[in-house]
Write a new protein. Structure first.
Length: 367
């Protein structure tokens, strides 16, 4: 096993296995820095206050999961979908409608063990149907169709008072008490979101290396060739939307629990675009990118207003600061923060391999 250890700091070719060994390889290939970060996240509640746990990291994990669903479609499938936040909102709305809220005339008060799975099924169906419409186009047309679906859902939810309660939406949405734990308490909610975010991350990694994921990447690179080889291109793309919808739906339920409410503002066009910004800033080449982008976004969204006020500017211009950060990262690294990190690693490796001058030596080309 030691023969597989890298000796130059570069990732070695992936070992071709299947089944349980493939799952083991997911953990084998984890960078030591990632292990250190994971341990830090596990013990974070021991030294971080409740605001950091609940608002900063809880929100980061939730937005990261929604952006992860977009990254899966765009990075592995070549399909940029702007409907992922809408799918998350659909799950949140269905959880409020089927479960408990302050709108007793609409909410059905089903038990959580029934309302949550049904809400996720509805969200997956909605995401699948959206994908079925979107996969028949490519490029900018896919973006426009998914944006149109997101806008239509937003305006319908804002104007419909029979099902979605219009502009007000639903308030007093509470996470269930299970195993004697209030899952909306800061520490419990932090660990819940951390677990589900980590689960989503590893599931995406596993699916990307599975036959389905490899086929999806082949379709991304050359759909005509994959169709000629006998693969159903449309079916694989629609299935990818269904899988991404499940991840976004779980995040949508968590988001409604964190906010304690769901309203049209949650799924507005601005929120839809924010998910795209998060995914692009973090990087589309690896599932960890969306979580990095979400962390940067949450920090800016939480503290940028105070920073602007401190320097004498209008605090409402925090979106300008977010936009400038987005443009800066994309300008210097189209692959996002992960691209900057990879460029730094490449520079470091090249520097470490540079020839070292020794007295008395006469290396070729040395002046």
């Amino acid at each position: 096993m030691n023969s597989h250890q890298p000796n130059d700091g570069r990732r070695q070719p992936r070992r071709v296995t299947s089944g349980a060994l493939e799952i083991a390889n997911l953990f084998w290939d984890i960078h030591p820095a990632a292990v250190l970060a994971a341990l830090l996240l596990i013990v974070l509640p021991s030294f971080a206050n409740e605001f950091i746990q609940f608002q900063i990291f809880g929100w980061t994990f939730i937005l990261g999961m929604i952006a992860l669903s977009l990254m899966f479609l765009a990075g592995y499938g070549g399909m940029v979908s702007l409907v992922q936040m809408t799918v998350a909102g659909c799950a949140g709305y269905m959880g409020a409608i089927l479960g408990d809220s302050h709108v007793t005339t609409i909410s059905l008060s089903w038990p959580f063990w029934l309302s949550i799975p049904v809400a996720l099924v509805i969200a997956v169906v909605f995401g699948t149907l959206s994908g079925w419409l979107a996969v028949r186009t490519e490029g900018i047309y896919t973006i426009m169709i998914t944006l149109a679906i997101a806008a239509a859902f937003f305006y319908f939810a804002r104007q419909n008072y029979v099902i979605f309660n219009g502009f007000s939406g639903f308030n007093f949405i509470r996470a269930p008490h299970l195993f004697g734990v209030d899952w909306r308490s800061p520490t419990a909610f932090y660990y819940l979101t951390l677990f589900l975010a980590a689960l989503s991350y590893f599931v995406v990694l596993y699916v990307a290396r599975s036959p389905f994921g490899l086929t999806l990447q082949g379709i991304r690179d050359n759909p005509r060739r994959m169709a000629a080889l006998g693969f159903n291109v449309t079916a694989h793309r629609v299935a990818a939307y269904a899988f991404a919808a499940l991840i976004a739906g779980v995040a949508g339920i968590l988001l409604s629990w964190q906010n304690g409410q769901i309203s049209p503002g949650t799924i507005g066009i601005g929120a839809v675009i924010d998910i795209l910004v998060i995914a692009v800033v973090g990087g589309m080449r690896h599932p960890i990118g969306p979580f990095i982008g979400a962390f940067i976004y949450v920090l800016l969204r939480t503290f940028a207003m105070d920073v602007l006020v401190d320097i004498g500017l209008d605090g409402q211009r925090f979106r300008l600061l977010i936009g400038l950060g987005f443009l800066g990262i994309v300008f210097f690294s189209p692959d996002g923060v992960l691209g900057l990190w990879q460029r730094w690693l490449t520079w470091r490796q090249r520097r470490s391999r540079a020839p070292v001058y020794r007295p008395g030596a006469n290396p070729a080309g040395d002046e």
